[in-house]
Design a protein around this ligand. Structure first.
Ligand SMILES: [Zn+2]
Ligand SMILES: [Zn+2]
Ligand SMILES: [Zn+2]
Length: 259
């Protein structure tokens, strides 16, 4: 039986400042290469029946949704509640309008708590087309979402426990500085791993490039794409130094992965 495939679109691949960073005149922030312009990190995952699972809702979500012609969102997965991952959530209301109902939004319990505080007006039934309508759900194990099995993967972002997500043989692990041993089996036998690689220098709450490459070597996915990238990394310059099965993701990129 042939494997079904997921279609993944990168809505953003940048770190919390985005690239260009405000007020910076470094070579990457002034680069003419469109792949050096990075919105805050997010992906849309289209499952075989056409439904779309969005992972994180960054500040540029509306702009990225327009740029990639994202016409539906059927469910949302949040990795954690830092501003660069949730602050586009008000614009989910347009997808409530398009589907005529609420959207299930999955996260760990801590992130659900922050979402209730920041977007409390969004929780509840779909009654007002000018408000998002999110059904916040804490996830702590495999869950059927939009017709596929989604597995949360516990990761550490500094000392903060956050979630990566695995769907079939695809996994998305942003904002990670350590992969707990208990989570490693969930990241084995991947067709595609998307992994945080902030910059060259070490950082207390993110993998740098060397740490990301070391993790990729141990987990041995067929392919890996790097995301949550800061302005120290130029697309062309760094791409030339990467192993054959690793690349930097870029905004608007479409890739497929085995389900
Ligand atoms: Zn982040
Ligand atoms: Zn810069
Ligand atoms: Zn973060």
């Amino acid at each position: 039986m042939g494997r079904e495939r997921l279609a993944i679109t990168f809505l953003g691949t940048g770190t919390s400042h985005g690239i260009p960073m405000i007020g910076c005149d470094c070579d990457v922030c002034r680069s003419d290469d469109p792949r050096d312009r990075r919105n805050r990190a997010s992906v849309a995952v289209r499952v075989p029946d056409g439904r779309v699972i969005l992972i994180d809702v960054p500040p540029e979500f509306r702009l990225a949704a327009l740029a990639t012609a994202l016409e539906r969102v059927d469910a949302v997965l949040l990795t954690h509640a830092h501003a660069d991952h949730i602050m586009g959530s008000d614009d989910l209301r347009r997808y409530n309008n398009l589907r005529g109902g609420p959207i299930d939004c999955y996260a760990n319990a801590a992130t659900v708590g922050v979402m209730r505080r920041v977007f409390g007006y969004a929780e509840g039934p779909y009654t007002n087309p000018d408000r998002p309508s999110l059904r916040l759900r804490a996830i702590d194990g495999p869950c059927d979402i939009a017709g596929v099995t989604v597995r949360p993967v516990e990761l550490l972002h500094g000392r903060l426990p956050i979630l990566g997500y695995r769907i079939g043989r695809f996994a998305y692990c942003t904002d990670v500085s350590a992969i707990p041993d208990a989570s490693r089996p969930l990241l084995e036998d991947l067709d595609l791993l998307v992994l945080d690689a902030l910059r060259y220098r070490p950082h207390p709450t993110h993998f740098n490039l060397a740490e990301a490459l070391a993790a990729i070597e141990t987990l041995a996915p067929r392919r890996a794409l790097l995301t949550h990238i800061a302005h120290e990394i130029s697309h062309a310059g760094t791409s030339a130094q990467l192993p054959d099965n690793v690349a930097l993701a870029w905004d608007g990129q479409h890739v497929e992965a085995e389900l």
